[in-house]
Design a protein around this ligand. Structure first.
Ligand code: NAD
Length: 507
């Protein structure tokens, strides 16, 4: 079936919602309540940007070839950006010996640059609060150049389904700012974060709306959000749970950093157990090598799986004998010169095209980058047995139909990557109780939660209601088998619907 070009990302994502809602005959008023978000906030943040040094090309350098070199003593005062520019921090001028002619300067070892004046800049920001019937709004903050209301609506709704599936007392939200963080300095990114929280403060809170990291954000940004939210508040320690995904030294949870990848692996283990498949020696493809992709790869490799290729925004590396994942992590995440944090240039593999990546013979594909990557044509090319969705919404409607037709197994995103938000809940609990759990404690609880809910989804898909020591799917099966993505949505909708049906509606 051809993709309807008029359909928005949100409408396409809601196809699964509609299928599951029809299947369980979702209460019509509940359906109306949850098929659109509670609130869609769009606002703007402004910051002062710094001056930049813009590299000149050969042609532009020619008239300045005789320009005396400038000595900048505070080397770290020139902060490199991914587009080749440098941020010119004021301290670069301390004790410097600088010659500028017509705005151009020559820095030995770095090249010739034109100074680009900084100044105020405006950014579009979002927070979509989808649903809070089960608990405070919860969802990540994304900093990316391709953000839109449509995207955040989809991701916020996904959080409502995910928190319900993970059976944690939160609702769904998502938000962020439209810009490319690779092109801004650390200070500028912090300033954007502070303004974002300044504007959103009235709508956030540990019992109201709780952000976390997503694409382009991390524990450092969560720390800035925490500070901006709590500074000056009378009982600010009671507010530590206003964001999750914090560094463990400031109230984060052990195991949170790798929790999404860990959850992906718990799902894959459960799938493998069910299929009698052994993960030792399994061939794995990973797309995206950020937080989720790299943690998943590390944990699978530690279990003896072979990660044969990794694709990211800037390249793909392939090694049929299996990439050395720890060396790849060092290349991407522990190498300050790798400004794009890309796998490209990794010496332990050969570079291949993205098109070839999809066609590699393997057992498991873990998409852990952005949405809409596994389209119909991509799904036709895949030579894997399982797609485990680490990313949110990586498969389009057409991609889904092809996977089903080709009988490629699927672990849908709303259970597969629920490990992150589950451990976020553990972090929030530890913050409320002023406790600290060990990583073993966290992972034990996470494993139980993910595997139990995964088993319920599998029972719904096969229509095999049953009760075990670990799970009980009797309440959720619908009397007929269905595909696993719809089954996951059935579980989410039944848990959300129960609140409306049992609590009723206030008028
Ligand atoms: P990240 O910013 O740490 O990493 C993103 C990765 O995707 C990078 O390696 C980047 O190069 C790659 N990428 C970006 N555009 C790409 C493209 N067009 N083609 C190929 N690769 C591309 O982000 P993350 O936190 O790892 O999140 C990845 C996915 O997982 C997102 O869909 C996110 O919503 C989802 N997710 C994240 C968490 C979490 O805890 N961080 C939890 C649940 C779901």
């Amino acid at each position: 079936m051809a993709k309807n070009p008029k359909k928005s990302f949100y409408e396409e994502a809601m196809e699964t919602f509609d299928r599951a809602a029809d299947l369980i005959k979702l209460h019509p008023r509940v359906r109306m309540e949850i098929e659109e978000p509670d609130f869609e906030h769009i606002f703007y943040v402004t910051i002062e940007t710094r001056d930049r040094l813009v590299p000149l090309d050969e042609e532009e350098i020619r008239p300045f070839a005789d320009l005396p070199p400038s000595g900048v003593k505070a080397g770290d005062a020139l902060e490199p950006l991914a587009d080749g520019k440098f941020i010119l921090h004021r301290r670069a001028l301390l004790n410097a010996d600088i010659t500028i002619r017509q705005g151009v300067l020559n820095i030995p070892g770095k090249g010739f640059f034109r100074i680009e004046k900084g100044g105020p800049r405006k950014f579009k920001a979002y927070r979509v609060q989808h649903n809070q019937v089960r608990g405070p709004y919860k969802g990540g903050i994304r900093y990316h150049k391709d953000c839109s209301l449509d995207l955040f609506k989809t991701l916020a709704a996904d959080m409502t389904w995910k928190t319900a599936i993970a059976e944690i007392p939160f609702g769904g939200a998502k938000g962020g700012v439209r810009f490319d963080p690779l092109l801004y300095s650390k200070e500028e990114i912090e300033a954007i974060t502070l303004r974002y929280v300044y504007k959103l403060k009235g709508l956030m809170g540990p019992f109201m709306d709780i952000p976390a990291p997503d694409v382009g954000t991390n524990a450092e940004i969560m720390a800035a959000m925490l500070r901006q939210y709590t500074d000056g508040e009378r009982e600010h320690h009671a507010l530590r749970g206003v964001v999750t995904g914090k560094d463990v030294r400031i109230g984060g949870s052990e195991g949170r950093l790798k929790s999404t990848g860990q959850g992906v692996v718990y799902c894959i283990e459960e799938w493998a157990r069910d299929k009698g498949f052994t993960l030792r020696g399994a061939r794995v493809l990973v797309q995206g090598f950020g937080n989720v992709g790299s943690a998943t790869a590390e944990i699978l490799a530690a279990q003896g799986a072979k990660v044969v290729a990794v694709n990211d925004a800037f390249g793909t590396v392939h090694n049929d004998a299996g990439l050395d994942v720890m060396a790849l992590v060092a290349h991407v995440h522990e190498n300050p010169a790798n400004l794009k944090k890309t796998v490209a240039g990794f010496a332990g593999g050969t570079a291949i095209s993205k098109a070839d990546f999809w066609g590699i013979d393997a057992d498991i594909l873990v998409p852990a980058a952005l949405g809409e990557e596994i389209t119909g044509p991509v799904a036709e090319k895949l030579k894997v047995r399982l797609v485990a969705e680490g990313a949110n919404g990586p498969t389009t409607g057409d991609g889904d139909r092809v996977l089903r037709k080709r009988k490629i197994d699927l672990i849908p995103d709303i259970i597969c990557n629920a490990g992150g938000v589950t451990v976020s809940y553990y972090e929030w609990l530890q913050n409320q109780r002023l406790e600290r759990w060990t990583e073993a404690d966290v992972n034990q609880r996470l494993e139980r939660a993910i595997k139990a809910n995964y088993a319920i989804i599998r029972d719904i898909a096969r229509d095999t209601p049953q009760r075990s020591a670990l799970h009980n799917s009797r309440r959720y099966c619908v009397g007929q088998p269905t595909d696993v993505r719809t089954a996951a949505m059935v579980l989410a909708l039944k848990r959300v619907e129960a609140h409306y049906l049992l609590e009723g509606f206030s008028q």
